[in-house]
Ligand binder design. Sequence first.
Ligand SMILES: Cc1cc2nc3c(=O)[nH]c(=O)nc-3n(C[C@H](O)[C@H](O)[C@H](O)COP(=O)(O)OP(=O)(O)OC[C@H]3O[C@@H](n4cnc5c(N)ncnc54)[C@H](O)[C@@H]3O)c2cc1C
Length: 403
Amino acid sequence: METIVKPTHDVVVVGGGIAGVSAAVAAARAGSSVLLIEKGINLGGLATMGLISWYEPLCDGRGNQMIGGIAEELIRLAVSVGLDDLSPTWGGEGHHEENTRRRYCTHFSPTFFALALDRWILGAGVELVLDSHATYPVMEEIDNSRKKCTGVLVEEAAGRVFYPARVVIDATGDATIAHRAGIPCVTGDNFLSYWVHDFTYGTAQKYAESGDLAKFRRWNCTGSAANGNGHPEGKPLYRGDSAEAITRFILDGKEMLYQKYEGSVRYERDIMTLPTMPQFRTVRHIVGKSTFEGTEDGVVCVDSIGATGDFRCAGTHYTIPYSTLYHPDFPNLLAAGRIISATGEGWEITRVIPDCALTGEAAGVAAALAVQRGGDVTALPYDRLRAKLEQNGVLFEIGGKKK
Ligand SMILES: Cc1cc2nc3c(=O)[nH]c(=O)nc-3n(C[C@H](O)[C@H](O)[C@H](O)COP(=O)(O)OP(=O)(O)OC[C@H]3O[C@@H](n4cnc5c(N)ncnc54)[C@H](O)[C@@H]3O)c2cc1C
């Protein structure tokens, strides 16, 4: 079968979730020609198609802002188009009850956020192909141990297409490109949960009367919480590394949801929409040059790409190493989002939306800077990367920025 060969881009980003859109915009703003490849038909990944519409905090819970840059730009974009609002502490008008939490976090409308992301991406000069499934990286030996990725093969309506690239960023959420390139990866297990937005006659009436329409949209989380509480008895853990395994996770989740509504009066409730991608917290992550373990509270790492708190508790401070985004034997491949080299607590801390934006932005800037120097992301002078990220508003101070 013929392969259609497209023109070369400086940076090809695979996956248009939060990490991918952040990487693409950061690379384009830093002067690269950028192509973003998404297999779905909406941008935002789990945050939109997966209906995960809660933006975890950018602050440490003690009044210090930990994360800035694109992560902050995106939380503001998300609330600017929907019914939700930030707490007044963080510049919002304080319309809703959850604003009293005073943390820099929010619910958002996944549908309006997805619409806004299209404009945001295109406005930054990123080229976008939707409904395009990246299948394999094309690899070339540099020497005995190192391999270069010359581009990405994609299946789309026109057939098989090859997109040549100087640097490739894997933001697929499941490390498809990194894994198939040969980067060592770890596959993870998931508890069973299935999340939708629904409404009932009661909530519709109550919140229509109070004028608080954001509450009309209920976030209905069925099954397990992140820690396994609520995982259905007798069910195994779930993986997302084969069609059979994914199908089992989705069908079991939907059946669990369906059972939850049994006995309810059918004309008194509805589900707004079902997720259009599997809601796995983890599928696979790379094993990079270094691994973030989340045991480094208060430690400034030598190659920090920015500070973060831990969304689960207040008063903790971490920095994420650049070396978690690549493997030394793959000089023009970067990982971003929930597939970076992070394990245990480190993975819990970095898998959420603001941190995915943070690692996405760092990957995008690193890719663009590497392109200007021959394309080796592993040989980037750290001070140049840090200076550019600081210029973008990324925060590095371990204690955050006092509000
Ligand atoms: C049940 C659950 C609850 C969560 N709760 C929260 C929460 O309350 N708050 C929070 O901040 N975070 C939460 N998270 C975590 C967070 O939503 C995700 O980790 C984060 O959004 C991941 O972003 P990402 O860009 O790394 O990956 P993804 O969102 O997975 O994006 C990957 C994108 O790549 C695309 N893609 C994949 N493979 C290919 C391919 N081969 N070719 C082309 N495109 C491809 C996908 O379609 C997708 O758009 C939750 C996650 C889950 C599953």
